[in-house]
Structure formats: C-alpha cells, structure tokens
Ligand binder design. Structure first.
Ligand SMILES: Cc1cc2nc3c(=O)[nH]c(=O)nc-3n(C[C@H](O)[C@H](O)[C@H](O)COP(=O)(O)O)c2cc1C
Length: 154
C-alpha cells in the first residue's frame, strides 16, 4: 500500500476498550478539515510494509495489564521490533499514549512505540503526549499542532 498523495495520513490505534480508536477517529476528522486524506486503521489490520511506506503516521495506543501492549497491538509491535534497522526511514511519526497515572507503568506501550519507531529510522515530528484519564481537555491542542507540523512535510 504505497502513499500516493502529499496529504495522506495514516492513523493506527492499539486499544482494549475503544478509547484509542475513538481518539484516532476524532483526529482523523480534524485532519480532514485540514485537507488531509486520513486512513484510520486497527493495528491488527495493518502490516509492517504498510507502515514503512507511509510518510505521515500517528500512533495512538493505550497500555494494559502491567505496562503491556493491548492485544490488538502486540503482533504489529513485535514485527516492528523484529524488523531491520532503517526499515522506517522516511516515516514521519507522532505518538499519543493513553494510560492512567494510577498504574506503575504509566503509558508504557506508547513509550515503547515512540522508542521503536525512532530506533527503526522513523523521524519524530513532535514529542509524544502521555494522556492520563480525562485527556480530552488537552489532547486536541496537541493533535492540531501535530497536524500543522505534518502539513509541512512534502
Ligand atoms: C486492567 C487495566 C490495566 C491497565 N494497565 C495500565 C498500565 O499498566 N499503565 C497505564 O498507564 N494505564 C493502564 N490502564 C489504563 C488504560 O490504558 C486507560 O484506561 C486507557 O484510556 C484505555 O484505553 P483503550 O480503551 O484504548 O484501551 C489499565 C486499565 C485497566 C482497566
């Protein structure tokens, strides 16, 4: 799946109870207003190849168990982790981590995504945002800022 347009944006979500999916959909809607062409996809339904061919990528992932990836995210995460270095060169990414500060490993999965995407050659567009419960108040500003930075990527 090759990126065809300068406005293409890939949003992938890792979720157990739907918060990350809802946020990915919301971010997709916001991006449409800025003339992006978003694709919002479950991590379970996308391959490493799809990710490596995307120019603009937003990862939205919650944390479960004791600092673990959601079930739908684990396989993709493992395949990115097992990929060759430089595999994600040309991928401009940003990560939204969902979690709860009541847990010891706050936003651990999102932190892991942020780290592995850079390790495999991706370029971080903006610092990751770690969202505690009630993130609605502050995450939208981050999304709008991230979209405006991604807009500048040709
Ligand atoms: C059983 C359980 C385990 C969780 N473990 C963690 C954790 O280790 N670290 C963390 O930051 N948040 C943890 N959370 C909080 C979730 O990540 C948070 O509620 C998130 O918004 C869920 O998003 P989702 O619906 O997309 O999965 C946990 C929540 C539950 C119910």
């Amino acid at each position: 799946m090759k990126e065809m347009s300068a406005s293409d944006l890939l949003l992938i979500f890792g979720t157990e109870t739907g918060n990350a999916e809802e946020l990915a959909e919301d971010a997709g809607h916001l991006s449409r207003n800025l003339d992006f062409t978003p694709r919002v996809i479950d991590m379970e339904d996308i391959s490493l190849e799809d990710i490596s061919s995307s120019k603009r990528l937003i990862v939205i992932c919650s944390t479960w168990g004791e600092g673990e990836q959601p079930v739908n995210a684990q396989k993709l995460y493992d395949s990115v982790k097992g990929s060759e270095d430089h595999c994600l060169e040309g991928v401009n990414f940003a990560v939204i981590a969902l979690g709860d500060t009541a847990f010891e490993f706050f936003c651990e999965s999102g932190k892991e995504w942020d780290e592995i995407l850079q390790k495999k050659g991706g370029s971080r567009v903006v610092e990751r945002i770690d969202c505690d419960v009630d993130y609605e108040d502050y995450v939208q500003e981050w999304i709008l800022n991230t979209l405006s930075l991604m807009k500048k990527i040709q």
